[in-house]
Design a binder for this molecule. Sequence first.
Ligand code: PSU
Ligand code: MN
Length: 316
Amino acid sequence: MRSSGAEVASGVPLVVAEQVRAAVADGRPVVALESTIISHGLPRPRNLEVARELEAILGDLGVVPATVGVVAGRPIVGLGAEELEMLATASDVVKASVRELPLAVAARRHAATTVASTAFLARAAGIACFATGGIGGVHRAAAETFDESSDLVALATTPVTVVCAGVKSILDVGATLERLETLSVTVVGYGTRRFPGFYLVDSGHELEWSVESPQQVAAVMAARDALGLRSAIVVANPVEREHQLDPELHASLVAEALEAAAEAGIAGKAVTPFLLDHLYVASGGASLEANIWAVRNNVNLAAHIARAAAGSGGPA
Ligand code: PSU
Ligand code: MN
């Protein structure tokens, strides 16, 4: 069942799955999930299994999953099983950040949404909480290429809470943290004052603030809203130590992947999928396992945050 009760803007109906619409209307917990990680970030057929598993983790915790994507030009919040399968298996799925949304909608294309476009569409559907693996940020050669993810801009202007394991470690983590500061994006460590490194527990960068419980995150969200701020809250949640990639292996893999990308002349939005795939192949699949563990961990925490924010999270 579909409802078009929300609109991105007049004329572009945002398709919100009925169970998502009802949960938002009733103030029950909902967590949004992105689809770029499914279509472009994870190898097939594991991508579809993971997409389904993430929805199941939420469901088991009493939270309504809302995976976001664009199917035949229709932006959907709460993809159905067939739509999810299509975005995971079709060969003509474009990677759509915010600026590609109008193109994908007008051309009636299938599109996977990034952190930026997922946050935008989720917020339009009234969803405040969102889980992913790692957010985009400043690429290492940004001083020459100007390559910065538009995730940063979206986080500056979209009042959602994004649970992530840091930024992708293929990026310039320090520069990304500086940009998040410039853009007034609230960043808080979950149970740590070390900014996590996506595949790693610790990126080597410090955080000034940490929280210890979902209830504390919910309190920060409430304060942000009470202050009338429109920026995102990034909850940096480290992968469990037993699931992290070996830090030494990680360092050599990333250096190798960056070299391969430069040699192959990869640029623009193809950079992230190329590097992730290179890491996957070069690590014999180990990077994939760490990636999946990080996402699971984030989805689990996002569920508890959404429950706390909805007032069903139990005692503080
Ligand atoms: N992290 C991953 N896999 C991914 C991404 C992040 O482990 O596929 C995706 C997210 O959708 C993120 C996007 O929003 O990459 C950023 O891409 P870019 O750097 O081109 O903005
Ligand atoms: Mn880019």
